[in-house]
Design a protein around this ligand. Sequence first.
Ligand code: AMP
Ligand code: FE
Ligand code: FE
Ligand code: ZN
Length: 292
Amino acid sequence: MSRPRIDLHTHSTASDGTDSPAAVMATAAAAGLDVVALTDHDTTAGWDDAAAALPPGLALVRGAEFSCVAPGEPDDPRGDIPVHLLGYLFDPVHPAIVAEQARLRRERDARLRRMTERMAAAGYPVDVDTVFSLLPHGASAGRPHLARALVGAGVVGSVDEAFATLLYTGSPFYVEKVDTPAATAVDMVRAAGGVAVFAHPLARRRGRVVSERVIAELAAAGLAGLEVDHPDHASADRALLRNLAADLDLVVTGSSDYHGTNKTTPIGAGTTDPAQLDALVARAAGVDVLAG
Ligand code: AMP
Ligand code: FE
Ligand code: FE
Ligand code: ZN
């Protein structure tokens, strides 16, 4: 058998992807992947549908992407930095996870509602009902849903353009949500038997990124890995992160961060070395990797 192809970061309609969980599994199989992780923002709502639709020969790593904040530079008045943490193979009914994900989904709803209202008040042809009609019941609301409404109304030509011109972090229409301290999220994932990986730590086009010191502190607090081969990482940053992971004894992952047609990146655009996945699985005790 040739070397397995492993993509550890994808999104479905349970959050801001455009493929159903079942369709993500089919897309992964069609792309020739051997292992795929489903990592919707702040929810495990897609796990069961993905598991039920798992094609033969594809293995599913169940996970989620947790909305977090990490400390900025001590002298930076802008304060904390929004970051994402990937949790894998944790127990989805662990009470702390259930409570925090539910809180974040409420935050997401309220915040997207306020962003939509701000845009409507400024004269943009969007409304709350239209934006939320794009969300299956219980899904995590995100800016891409508002972006799609703006595309649908002809305001912008693409989701990317909506982010670049209107929805970027810090734009006049941007509303913050109250995210989880990253160290708390690491604790929560570990308490639920899972493993935590820092998602796209140096995705600079999204805004400020954390220092090496913050990554080292999270490593000391139980972080298991760094997502290195991510589409939003420049090659110099990948090299830097690879060295940092070696220094801190962290697992290195790669992934596509597939979002269906909300992004242009195809599934499998980044992949993880099988030995690195083995190292993550060896540290997990929440739920198993599912074989299709
Ligand atoms: P939110 O979780 O509501 O803050 O929205 C952030 C999400 O928007 C990320 O998870 C990405 O899926 C998406 N996103 C961020 N930047 C862009 C961009 N430039 N183009 C398209 N999607 C983006
Ligand atoms: Fe997303
Ligand atoms: Fe992310
Ligand atoms: Zn993601």
